[in-house]
Design a protein around this ligand. Structure first.
Ligand code: GTP
Ligand code: MG
Length: 207
């Protein structure tokens, strides 16, 4: 039968918001495993998180770019977390805020032992930006895994979406980076992304 085993579904259904961190000392205990969602402001990080956990409104979705300035922690199961990182690349953000973001991100990515991999959220209409590539290089240099979600694929036709996928895969060819198309709006790519999360976090049978 072509259905998802209940154990896999339920590991996402039990998700709960833990806490928000504005500074390094507010991060949750660095134990277990976590996967972070990063990307430029408005790329669709919070929307992807909501779609993957089937909990609309879990991570706040905003039409105002740059609204999520905090690191938000969500628990999927004991010692397994998803992390919504603040977006970057929003031109109107003041320098002071940008430097604060950089400091917090540097701390998080450099020292976080429970960080297994990075889900890089990229608007499929824009493709990888210089900052996205820098982010990928940064996490790969720290021996973390990376997977690119090309979001809002519903805004592209088939030819356009296949082209951006090809370009993204080619850009990450030297590195251990995988990529896929994704749309929260028409539920495209959800199972594929969940498989990556399951692999990185370890399946949670019986949860
Ligand atoms: N058409 C379409 N729109 C989307 C999709 N995903 C997100 N959006 C829209 O893109 C906008 C930004 O989405 P968010 O999830 O708030 O983006 P974010 O990356 O969390 O943004 P920040 O937290 O500000 O960095 C919202 O208006 C969403 O409705 C998608 O798959 N398809
Ligand atoms: Mg957000």
């Amino acid at each position: 039968m072509d259905c998802v085993p209940p154990a896999v579904m339920s590991s996402y259904h039990h998700v709960r918001f833990m806490t928000s961190a504005a500074e390094a000392h507010q991060l949750v205990a660095d134990t277990g495993r976590e996967v972070a969602f990063a990307g430029r402001s408005n790329a669709g990080k919070s929307t992807a998180l909501n779609a993957l956990t089937q909990r609309s409104g879990l991570a706040r979705v905003s039409r105002t770019p740059g609204r999520t300035q905090l690191i938000n922690f969500f628990e999927l199961a004991p010692e397994k977390r998803l992390v919504d990182l603040p977006g970057y690349g929003f031109a109107k953000v003041p320098e002071r805020v940008r430097l604060q973001w950089l400091k917090l991100m540097q701390h998080y990515i450099n020292v976080r032992e429970s960080l297994v991999g990075l889900m890089l959220i990229v608007d499929s209409r824009r493709g990888l930006s210089e900052q996205d590539v820098a982010m990928l290089e940064w996490v790969l240099a720290r021996n973390r895994l990376a997977h690119v979600l090309l979001t809002k694929a519903d805004k592209l036709n088939r030819r356009e979406s296949q082209q951006v996928l090809r370009e993204t895969v080619a850009a990450g060819a030297d590195a251990a980076v995988s990529a896929q198309l994704f749309s929260a709006h028409n539920k495209q790519g959800i199972e594929e992304a969940r498989e990556v999360l399951d692999r990185w976090l370890g399946a949670t049978p019986g949860n």
